[in-house]
Design a protein around this ligand. Structure first.
Ligand code: SF4
Ligand code: SF4
Length: 497
């Protein structure tokens, strides 16, 4: 007995009331169908979609359920079955089938991917109010964390990398490694010695690409290390035009930082590095983003190769309440509205531009292989973050809290992993009772673990962040761009938090 697969996604097209797009969650199929076919599928759904344990799924587009007897032709039914929209599996059988696919693919992804991030220090020369590490610089009991990594510790960590790679089944690998630099502020002038040492040690192991998340206030001290052969991608934050930025990204004495950062953006671009400007937005600075866009255009940055700007919502943490933040979906819509009003906003990316590029791969195989996520981010596959103490973390948002470290590098480079490694590396939509039932499981990957835990007190639960709306919107926009022959743009960003 055929029924509609629980993983069928219906996407309304703004330009058509007669047709819709269908996307299938795990077969990777997408099809443009008549509304009556979509209504037929909707009428064969096994019941109302499961309600998430905690709200946030948005309803599928409103469709009338097809009348009994209103059935597509046999050939259409055949195609719908072959492409996965109709299935003979029962609901629990299909859920089990999905869980098995996720587990298998996740294991494969974990075997292929190891990313390293070095934190030369948790210290930072700025005091941004929304920083998740603010307590480390303002509360006495955390000040011991502000040490800088020593060369001995860097040696220990590099001695540990082959053992970590072996755990992922990677041996004598000749692929280029990636090493990220994160902090605190990783590129403080006084950390130059250890950063250069880390880069030299990485190159001794083999070809390496370097990237950094920096506040860019002291980048002039790294001029010769920046460029395609050195730190080739740098994410820099500007939280508005100079006056607004200087209220948010401040030094300990309250002084602003824009005047130090702007020349260093010029420096990075002149050195041939890719610069991704991140704009952290909340309801209080949204209206200032167009003035930042004008500033970027006036400085000519947008014309330079490798330069891009994207917006990201400030996320709730222990220093910022959820009521003072945007969801990604709401910010995405707000940026779209500002684009209508301000021509210079064309240079500023929406938070979901990256999702639109991924949605394009469903539709246009020339845009790349369709992405099927088995986890939300690389914290659940192979991200290893090393701090100055030799502690290893999976996610930078939890760095510095040794209760959740996933392991330690011991003397001589021995690696000691603990139970947290298993917890982090096993979080997939399949390990989560809500996400494994979700039709978006393969597109979303289960949401950010840190935000799920922060909002709901549980690690293995969903954090949807408006994903259903965002994905359907992205697919519709990607489809229309494809029809109009618009080229796919690459979005550069490191992590959305
Ligand atoms: S903060 Fe969330 S999305 Fe970013 S690395 Fe950590 S778990 Fe992943
Ligand atoms: S897969 Fe994503 S959208 Fe679906 S329930 Fe989980 S977090 Fe929410």
């Amino acid at each position: 007995m055929l029924r509609t697969s629980s993983y069928t996604i219906y996407v309304a097209l703004p330009e058509s009331t007669d047709e819709m797009l269908l996307v299938h969650g795990y077969s990777g199929a997408y099809d443009r169908v008549s509304r009556s076919v979509a209504e037929y599928l909707m009428s064969r759904e096994p019941g109302p979609p499961p309600v998430p344990l905690y709200g946030e799924w948005s309803a599928e587009p409103a469709l009338q359920r097809a009348e009994a007897g209103q059935q597509p032709s046999d050939s259409t039914l055949d195609v719908l079955t072959k492409r996965g929209y109709l299935t003979e599996m029962s609901v629990p059988e299909e859920e089990g089938h999905v869980a098995r696919i996720i587990k298998k693919r996740h294991m494969r992804a974990s075997q292929q991917q190891v990313n390293y991030i070095f934190m030369p220090t948790y210290n930072c020369n700025l005091r941004c109010a929304y920083c998740f590490q603010a307590h480390m610089r303002t509360q006495q009991e955390f000040r011991h964390l502000l040490r800088t990594m020593t060369r001995e510790m860097a040696d220990r960590i590099f001695a540990a990398l082959p053992a970590i790679e072996r755990q992922h089944g990677i041996e004598d690998d000749e692929r280029t490694r990636t090493v990220g630099l994160f902090g605190g502020e990783p590129l403080l002038k006084r950390s130059r010695g250890i950063v250069e040492y880390i880069m030299d040690k990485a190159r001794e192991m083999g070809p390496t690409q370097f990237w950094a998340v920096s506040n860019a206030t002291e980048l002039q001290a790294y001029e010769d290390l920046i460029g395609p052969d050195g730190i080739s991608t740098i994410q820099i934050t500007l939280d508005g035009p100079p006056d607004e930025h200087d209220k948010r990204r401040i030094h300990a004495d309250g002084a602003g930082s824009y005047a130090e950062i702007a020349p260093n953006i010029d420096l990075c671009l002149a050195r041939g590095a890719r610069v991704a400007i991140r704009v952290n937005v909340d309801p209080a600075n949204l209206a200032d983003v167009p003035r930042l866009a004008e500033e970027i255009v006036a400085r000519g940055w947008d014309k330079q190769r490798g330069f891009s700007v994207y917006t990201s919502p400030i996320v709730p943490n222990e220093h910022v309440g959820i009521e003072a933040t945007f969801s990604t979906w709401h910010l995405d819509q707000a940026i779209d509205e500002l684009r209508e009003l301000h021509p210079s906003m064309r240079v500023v990316g929406r938070p979901d531009d990256g999702m639109q590029s991924l949605a394009r791969t469903l539709i246009d195989r020339r845009a790349g292989l369709p992405s099927m996520k088995t986890s939300f981010c690389s914290a659940h596959t192979g991200m290893y973050i090393f701090d100055a103490f030799g502690d290893i973390y999976a996610c930078w948002e939890r760095t510095g809290d040794e209760r959740v470290r996933i392991g330690r590098v011991l003397d001589g480079g021995e690696v000691e992993m603990n139970g947290w490694a298993k917890v982090w590396h096993s979080r997939t939509p399949a390990s989560n009772p809500t996400c494994r039932k979700c039709r978006y499981a393969f597109q979303c990957g289960g949401g950010c673990a840190v935000l799920a835990e922060g909002q709901k007190g549980k690690f293995f639960t969903n954090y949807c962040d408006g994903f259903a709306d965002r994905f359907r919107h992205s697919v519709a926009m990607a489809y229309m761009d494809h029809q109009a022959g618009v080229e796919v743009e690459e979005a550069v960003r490191v992590c959305d938090l």
